[in-house]
Design a protein around this ligand. Structure first.
Ligand SMILES: Cc1cc2nc3c(=O)[nH]c(=O)nc-3n(C[C@H](O)[C@H](O)[C@H](O)COP(=O)(O)OP(=O)(O)OC[C@H]3O[C@@H](n4cnc5c(N)ncnc54)[C@H](O)[C@@H]3O)c2cc1C
Length: 693
């Protein structure tokens, strides 16, 4: 930490006007830690003592040394094999049928393992991955514009603000090209150029065109490919599919993950499914903010239940705020809509130069418009990474230059693109996105600029995994957005689909065999004490919710929690705000358990009960996110600490102190979480302050 930052933090903790509860918390800390000489204790010492405990460093024991280009090949070779006859004796439970889960289940099924697959939707095809619009990255260099595996690796490490593992990112870049081949072979209808070759476009944070797409429906088309592969294995009898089943507990026996407890959401029955290994591909937890671009059902329960059973949770505070979403229109709203980043290829972002200018956008002459991204970041202009574009939009609105209701919006304007290539060409590229926008706002983006504002979109944090994608619980593997992944503190656009499919089609099938080769693991009886305890804990929670008899709906708690998170752990975080948030979350959580109203019964479809369980877990996660954000006294990627910025308001990292992954151990019901740090080393990409200017 720089001296400056240190002194700002010190002042911050005692800031006048801190909410009363925050002052109480700080006061309590101060007295517990007060040195004998009567001087004030350092605030970080106080925080460490009360909100979390430092633990031993953690290391990725599966990491491979040697030349970075050969590490993945070496790991694949070293990983033990399972002969085809033995694969039939091994069962793997997979939670999730999004791109990560469906690709993993179909590949393991094809390999001959026995797979049990779960999702909470009525069809695997409805997983949230279907919503992905813009595209998927791959280092194919079809445009001959200087792309390569190394450049994709470099862009991704830099884009993640040097908070990801080099080895993992390099593997991701290597595997990226295989994904496109795999999907084309499955018949995924990627966009093609006039001559029939696959087309590419650009996404934020890069200067090459490497994003493969299928209009604005890339996720849907990729998921259809994975789904068909999955259904083929269902038909072949290798995969057993359970839709409308929600995992509510992990079964751990002798330190190994051995199965799950699920609730049949239609009949209410609680079921046990045992296996030799468990894979979580349950997606991200952006809905902790209540309003996000995620599907309404997205939640943290699967990974959080595993966390409570011993899986470390990594970098929970890293949230991606996406710059181009349709602005919030009022308190009635329960969902936000993304406008794909691909629009920034041709749309120009601007605000009026004059504060409070409420003329219609078409009446504002060119010289009275501020294309602020083009002005501040001339090298990348409208295609700066998401974290940068989001903060820049916020600053414009904070300065009073925002447009639309409440001044919380900036323009994304296609007038130039339409006059350059014609409305037809624009429609061909973005037509369905324009339709979505028009249907939601009632405004025609061919005629007036879109209004956009940043919104919660993706979570870079998730369960900690090693190079094999194995969590700290042996036998528990984690894929896709559910793991803490390869994106560091910020995800570049079109990289989530790449990571989910890399994990499911190529990485996990090669690494899990190393674990399964030591199986089959000893059989577990259905009445084993560990199973009985897991079932009992599910039943107990359900009974508490149904018996609470309170006065507030689950949604009202969720909405209030989301407000707290957006206000204090959203686009900008400060020590004072985060401390306040922890206090408020704790109070609200207490009220939740005593005053929530869950109607209906457990014996059938009960959406209020489903939500209660998810929101209960969001409360615990939210607190950990704030604590993680508190201890990371630097700005990096999506995590912007107000106390740590350059003179011109850019994120200021402190590599000497914070170049680590924070891996959190569950501290117990009333305990404090334990922080284990995994140091990060950068040998191939020099750690520099990011600049897109
Ligand atoms: C609007 C939008 C657009 C996006 N566009 C892009 C894009 O263009 N390019 C890109 O790279 N990324 C994009 N992303 C991000 C990307 O879509 C996601 O990160 C990715 O699809 C996640 O895939 P996944 O397989 O990890 O999880 P998901 O697709 O979220 O699947 C999760 C699965 O887990 C199941 N599940 C969860 N919990 C439980 C439980 N407790 N019990 C049983 N089942 C459970 C669900 O039923 C589901 O099947 C976008 C995201 C959004 C929100």
């Amino acid at each position: 930490m720089t001296d400056n930052a240190a002194s700002r933090h010190t002042t911050g903790t005692g800031a006048p006007g801190a909410p009363a509860q925050t002052e109480e918390l700080l006061g309590a800390n101060a007295s517990t830690n007060a040195p004998d000489d009567g001087t004030e204790p350092a605030p970080d010492v106080a925080l460490e003592k009360d909100l979390y405990r430092p633990g031993d460093p953690i290391r990725d024991t599966k990491a491979v040394d040697g030349p970075i280009e050969q590490r993945w090949a070496e790991r694949r070779f070293e990983a033990k094999l399972v002969n085809p006859a033995n694969r039939r004796k091994l069962r793997v439970v997979i939670i999730g049928t999004g791109l990560a889960g469906a690709s993993a289940a179909s590949t393991l099924g094809e390999a001959g393992y026995r797979v049990t697959s779960f999702c909470y939707q009525d069809s695997p095809r409805r997983a949230h991955s279907i919503a992905a619009q813009g595209g998927i990255n791959a280092a194919k260099n079809y445009k001959e514009d200087g792309d390569s595996v190394y450049r994709l690796f470099y862009d991704t490490v830099k884009g993640g603000d040097f908070r990801s593992r080099e080895s993992n990112v390099y593997r991701l870049a290597q595997v990226s090209a295989n994904i496109i081949d795999q999907c084309v072979a499955q018949g995924v209808p990627f966009a093609r150029e006039y001559g029939g070759l696959l087309d590419n476009r650009s996404f934020g944070g890069v200067q090459v065109s490497r994003t493969f797409y299928a209009r604005g429906q890339t996720g849907q088309q990729l998921l259809l490919g994975a789904y068909q592969a999955l259904e083929r294995q269902v038909a072949a009898g290798n995969v057993e599919m359970f839709t409308r089943h929600e995992m509510l507990e992990l079964v751990v026996k002798d330190g190994r993950a051995r199965g799950v407890i699920v609730r049949d959401m239609v009949t209410g029955e609680i079921e046990t499914h045992l296996a030799d290994a468990v894979v979580l591909a349950s997606g991200g937890y952006g809905n902790v903010f209540f309003l996000s671009t995620n599907a309404m059902g997205c939640n943290v329960t699967a990974t959080w239940r595993a966390h409570r059973k011993g899986a470390y949770f990594a970098n929970p505070c890293y949230t991606q705020i996406h710059p181009t979403c349709i602005p919030v229109s009022g308190e009635h709203q329960s969902k936000l809509t993304l406008m794909s980043e691909s629009l920034r290829n041709d749309g120009r972002i601007w605000v009026p130069r004059k504060k409070g200018d409420d003329r219609s956008p078409r009446e504002i002459p060119e010289d009275e418009r501020d294309h602020y991204l083009e002005r501040i970041y001339p090298s990348f202009d409208n295609l700066v990474p998401r974290d940068i574009a989001s903060r820049a939009a916020k600053y414009q609105c904070d300065e009073g230059k925002g447009v639309g209701p409440g001044g919380l919006g900036v323009y994304l304007d296609f007038a130039d693109a339409i006059s350059r290539m014609g409305a037809g060409a624009v429609e061909e590229r973005y037509g369905n996105l324009f339709d979505i926008y028009q249907r939601i706002t009632g405004e025609n983006p061919y005629e007036v600029p879109m209004r956009i504002y940043p919104a919660v979109h993706y979570t870079m944090g998730g369960l900690w995994v090693d190079y094999d994608l194995q969590s700290t619980i042996p036998g528990l593997f984690v894929c896709g957005e559910a793991n803490f992944s390869d994106h560091g503190a910020n995800r570049l656009g079109a990289s989530a689909l790449m990571q989910g499919l890399a994990d499911g089609y190529f990485v996990l099938p090669n690494t899990i065999r190393d674990y399964l080769a030591s199986g089959p693991y000893p059989a577990i009886e259905a009445d084993d004490p560990v199973v009985a305890e897991a079932v009992e804990s599910v039943r107990r929670r359900i009974a508490i919710f149904l018996g609470a008899g309170g006065e507030r709906s689950v949604d009202s708690f969720h909405r209030e929690l989301g407000h707290i998170m957006w206000e204090y752990c959203g686009m900008e975080r400060s020590e004072e705000g985060l401390l306040h948030a922890v206090e408020r979350i704790r109070d609200l959580r207490k009220e939740f358990w005593s005053n929530v109203r869950v109607l209906g019964t457990q014996d059938g479809l009960n959406q209020s009960l489903e939500k209660a369980g998810r929101v209960g877990d969001f409360f615990e996660l939210a607190e950990l996110m704030c604590i993680d954000a508190l201890q990371r006294r630097e700005s990096c990627g999506g995590h912007f600490r107000a106390e740590s910025q350059t003179e011109d308001g850019e994120a200021l990292r402190h590599d000497d102190e914070f170049a680590y992954v924070s891996a959190w151990e569950w501290g117990g019901e009333d305990g404090t979480p334990v922080l284990h740090k995994e140091p990060l080393a950068f040998e191939h990409v020099e750690m520099k302050q990011r600049s897109y200017k």
